[in-house]
Design a protein around this ligand. Sequence first.
Ligand SMILES: C[S@@+](CC[C@H](N)C(=O)[O-])C[C@H]1O[C@@H](n2cnc3c(N)ncnc32)[C@H](O)[C@@H]1O
Length: 148
Amino acid sequence: MLLPHQSLPPFSYFPTLHTQPPSFHPLHTIPQHNIRRSSCIIVLCARSEDDYHATLKALKSKGRTPRKSLGQHYMLNTAINDKLVETAEVRDGDVVLEIGPGTGSLTKVLLNAGATVIAIEKDPHMAALVKERFASFERFSEEYGAVG
Ligand SMILES: C[S@@+](CC[C@H](N)C(=O)[O-])C[C@H]1O[C@@H](n2cnc3c(N)ncnc32)[C@H](O)[C@@H]1O
């Protein structure tokens, strides 16, 4: 699910705002009680060059197959992700809340559109892979402590 930043609570709701890019702390845009049940929150920004196939290989080597109960499937056609991001009119500087990044294929397109992505993933194995895939782009997650 994609929520454009306009769907998040107004920034004035949050007491601590940062002035450097991004111009506020993305995690402060989600009330904590709404996300406590999720396994992992990953906040990513900056454009990404990464290896999607390496992610798939890593999943396979760990014996991970998609779990139907979590609605897991892998998006192999990147043109669809491009279309999703285009249709959602994601622009440079937007903050996008992505529920269930899975392998991160849509995440990558969002990052390359210039968005900061707050990704919430329930499956800890997928969360670990996404964190690994975008390790060099991860920001803020460490600061959040209790989650992830
Ligand atoms: C269809 S897959 C995502 C596909 C992804 N966009 C991609 O291209 O690889 C859905 C993801 O949502 C995760 N998920 C399911 N329920 C969730 C929940 N309640 N909160 C967070 N993540 C959830 C699943 O573990 C799975 O990784």
